[in-house]
Design a protein around this ligand. Structure first.
Ligand code: ZN
Length: 156
């Protein structure tokens, strides 16, 4: 049975595509401009908890310490800790389906970042798979200056 909101009105499913800008913040700006200009991935370290956050954040999620000035460089290589396969097409997605979005724990980081994983059949992605960043040849001024990640070695 339909609830009262649906019984007397149409529900229209749609999508909006709106151009937008947003301020990346001081921490996000340093992360993005360092990625763009130096092709290195930086995080911030909470010296109280000894945890490195990538992408960086201004405040430690555990102890609430202000960590925005505690920059550290992490490796552009790491391990897959989780992943999903995108199987639907949408013009706003960065790739045509199917493609893999993986949570990648970079060496030197304690929190995973999410990014596109290519160079492996989606059905063969496994936890612990070693992957490395492939940087975009031209800057996008976004996180997509890392174009994608790919396995370091051929999967077995
Ligand atoms: Zn902390």
């Amino acid at each position: 049975m339909k609830n009262s909101e649906e019984s007397d009105s149409y529900i229209i499913h749609g999508k909006l595509a709106l151009p937008y800008t947003y301020f990346a913040g001081r921490t996000g700006s340093t992360f993005l401009t360092t990625l763009r200009d130096q092709r290195i991935i930086m995080g911030v370290k909470c010296t109280a908890c000894n945890r490195v956050f990538v992408p960086p954040r201004q405040t430690c999620e555990r102890c609430m310490a202000d960590i925005r000035s505690q920059w550290v460089t992490v490796e552009s290589q790491g391990k897959v800790v989780n992943h999903t396969v995108i199987r639907y097409q949408d013009k706003h997605l960065p790739r045509k389906p199917p493609f893999v979005l993986a949570m990648i724990l970079l060496n030197g980081a304690d929190t995973p970042m999410t990014h596109i994983l290519e160079g492996v059949n989606p059905d063969r992605v496994v936890k612990g798979m070693e992957v490395a960043a492939v940087f975009s040849p031209a800057t996008t001024n976004t996180l997509l200056d890392i174009d994608h990640f790919e396995p370091v070695a051929e999967p077995p």
